[in-house]
Design a binder for this molecule. Sequence first.
Ligand code: HEM
Length: 398
Amino acid sequence: MASFCLHLAAAALFLVTTLSLISPSNSATCTSQTFTNNRPYSFCNDLPSLNSYLHWTYDQAKSTLSIAFIAPPARPNGWVSWAINPTSTGMVGSQALVAFRDAKGAMTVKTYNITAYGPLTESKVWYNVQESSAEFSGGVIRLFATVVLPQQGKTTVNHVWQVGPSVTAGIPAKHDFQPANLNAKGSLDLLRGQSTAAVGGNSRTKRRNVHGILNVVSWGIMFPVGIIIARYVRTFPSADPVWFYLHVSCQVSAYSIGVAGWGTGLKLGSESKAVTYSGHRNIGISLFALATVQIFALLLRPNKDHKYRFYWNIYHHGLGYVILVLGIINVFKGFNILQPEHKWRHAYIIVIAVLGGIAVFLEAITWVIVLRRKKSDKSTKPYDGYNNGHGRQEHLAP
Ligand code: HEM
């Protein structure tokens, strides 16, 4: 019985993946970019985050690296930065070139040796800057530089890039801490023209994705399916007590997957140094608490003739709908934080719309059946199916 729900979740996941593959994705590439003064570069790369691009030429004999870094600043008066990190993979240790508009309104490029997650102080950097300049047009800043790398023979470097919202008194203000900002790092093979995501960033991204998938499947798909089963399938006399076992198996499997997803979320939250997504976090914690109460409610279910059963029903159904709504809201909050490609959000919207359509259809059928039954003088409660599923399932064991 439990496998039914897991199959269902797998089918939903398959559907989401297929739908997401069908949707078109952004196809802009660096190869179509040209420069006003016809600067030639040997390689270019569409960097994996922040809509940024890097063009470069590396002269191994002279150890000179010429780059053009193109990125949209977070706001029109913001900054963009490209850096090499000779000692590590993230922001700290980066030797950065930052381009922005100075107090006189001219585009300028400054260098920063970033020693901590804090305000930047202009300084000399690990490489020697032969020339640098920047221009701003069409919503993007183009940062040009030719630098001499001190370490001859090293052809793969860790690089980092970033965009910020503003510059105050010549000091670039801190950037956002969205996943796109935190993933803006990788390693660059200067001679082969490849840029790959940094190992650390990659594994964090993977864990974020695992967190997203677990929670979408559980709170976003399986809980709603379990609720649909409880509300509509029990209308059919032949589905009693099967609906009950299906409902229990669905919700228990959803809960197990949901708790795993919740745990990964807590871990990700505790690792983030600068940012707390309080809305998403609070809803996640509430969902966990409410769903745990629901699971206990199954075990503490009063007998159908018990005087408290009526109140138990109100509370169990009420909590169920709260979980349904909060679960879906939190999936969308998660999409806003994770910012996956639009196709994933669209695919989930399609899945949830299909489930909603099924619910509306079954709601209509339920009313027809119940009203007919009422006419022939059987049940009087609109949502009570045949014997309300209590004829044979007082105990949880199948
Ligand atoms: C302007 C002042 C800046 C401040 C106050 C600042 C602050 C921070 C903080 C606190 C984090 C950690 C966020 C977290 O893990 O929760 C971070 C991450 C990051 N920053 Fe900055 N930053 C600044 C400038 C820059 C610049 C110029 C670059 C580009 C060279 C950059 C690139 C990055 C990257 C790639 C990450 C994610 C990877 C990592 O955690 O090291 N930042 N920043």
